[in-house]
Write a protein that binds this ligand. Sequence first.
Ligand SMILES: CC/C=C\C/C=C\C/C=C\C/C=C\C/C=C\C/C=C\CCC(=O)SCCNC(=O)CCNC(=O)[C@H](O)C(C)(C)COP(=O)(O)OP(=O)(O)OC[C@H]1O[C@@H](n2cnc3c(N)ncnc32)[C@H](O)[C@@H]1OP(=O)(O)O
Ligand SMILES: CCCCCCCCCCCCCCCC(=O)OC[C@@H](O)COP(=O)(O)O
Length: 375
Amino acid sequence: MGLVELLKSHILCHLIIGYVFLASGLLVNLLQLCTLPLWWFNKQLARTVNCRLGYCISSQGVALLDWWSGTKCTLYTDPKDYPMYGKENGIVVLNHNFEVDFLCGWSFCERFGVLGSSKVLVKKELAYMPVIGWMWYFLEIVFCKRKWEEDRIAVAQSLKRLRDYPENFWFLLFCEGTRFTAQKHQISMEVAEKKGLPKLKHHLLPRTKGFWVTVQNLRGSVVAVYDSVLNFRNNETPTLLGILSGKKYHADLYVRRIPLESIPEGEAECAAWLHKLYQEKDNFQEEYIQTGRFPGPIVSSPQRPWPLVNWLCWSVLVLYPLGVFLVSLVSTGSTLSILVSVAFCSAASLVFRWMIGQTEISRGSGYGNKGNNNG
Ligand SMILES: CC/C=C\C/C=C\C/C=C\C/C=C\C/C=C\C/C=C\CCC(=O)SCCNC(=O)CCNC(=O)[C@H](O)C(C)(C)COP(=O)(O)OP(=O)(O)OC[C@H]1O[C@@H](n2cnc3c(N)ncnc32)[C@H](O)[C@@H]1OP(=O)(O)O
Ligand SMILES: CCCCCCCCCCCCCCCC(=O)OC[C@@H](O)COP(=O)(O)O
């Protein structure tokens, strides 16, 4: 192991990264709170400002993936669709097998200039997470309880609000509704069998209601569905802790652009369309596993320097006062103030570790563990 690798895997580096993320993130959350009065006077300006503020947080995740761990993300897509990416609103339908799929998603958003404005249908539990969950409130992210009776009105209302969003956005949908596990897969295939639907090998049976309500409510504002399939080379299953330790992975993403007008309007027809899409996604995954590549050409989607620049700026901004504080603490501080500071740092480390834990499939929810629903 080289010196740089050793340094990247050192806990002190992780603590510094965690501190920069939490301190800058909470500062940004505070700035977002300050934009509240602006919503009354100029809603579109408030939204644009919040996109930029959101970028300050999520691009740190991209910097960690692209610059710190050096993970490569390769895009397979039709070159004639490429110029449209980032220039129009799209619904992204992505498989949900990996703990860092959201980071890869963010990395592509960054490359196409839609990171600050990117949206997702996310489980309500994540709304309470400091920094990211709080940022999402101001970015008008759509939360769901994964209980259709409670979600149907709230989700539709949140989606309707996005119709006049001032920035181009991608709306991410994990239609499987939860991360892939062997047990959830077995149960969802039992549901598929009961419904007379073909079995899927690499995906859970998609939940169709969220997709239907999204397509219905964003029609006219969103132009296309980006059917996306993500996998990692060499059968790797990357983790956020691995990335934090500087482990380099190689992600491959296959994207097909499907015009929204080709998707049926009726609920049953739309659901059938989505089930067919997941059979095709399953075939693409199978092809990747057999051949090590997705269909179609690789299109270069270069990284931009901004996530690194943003990360360095925030690091200077929050590490400098910490340094000054630590020096004064050591030189003049009482035992009590040193103990309080140590306790505070330990608590912050635990919060950061808890946030990382939210990405771990082994700590995932029981949703999808019962055939008749929430489990
Ligand atoms: C060019 C580059 C392109 C792309 C780049 C890629 C991406 C970048 C884009 C954006 C990035 C932005 C942000 C990313 C950042 C972070 C996000 C990270 C993660 C958070 C994601 C989540 O939180 S996922 C969980 C929440 N989301 C969802 O659940 C969405 C899918 N779910 C739905 O749509 C649901 O329908 C629902 C949530 C709306 C409602 O839930 P409910 O459980 O009530 O669902 P249903 O009513 O559908 O369920 C009942 C039906 O399901 C059948 N059933 C029962 N058991 C099962 C089972 N085990 N498996 C499957 N189906 C089951 C049941 O029979 C019912 O059937 P019906 O026929 O009656 O419908
Ligand atoms: C320097 C930057 C460091 C960045 C550190 C980020 C810290 C962690 C933030 C995590 C925020 C996003 C979490 C996404 C987690 C996720 O993928 O959720 C899973 C859900 O879909 C489904 O849940 P489940 O039913 O449990 O599978």
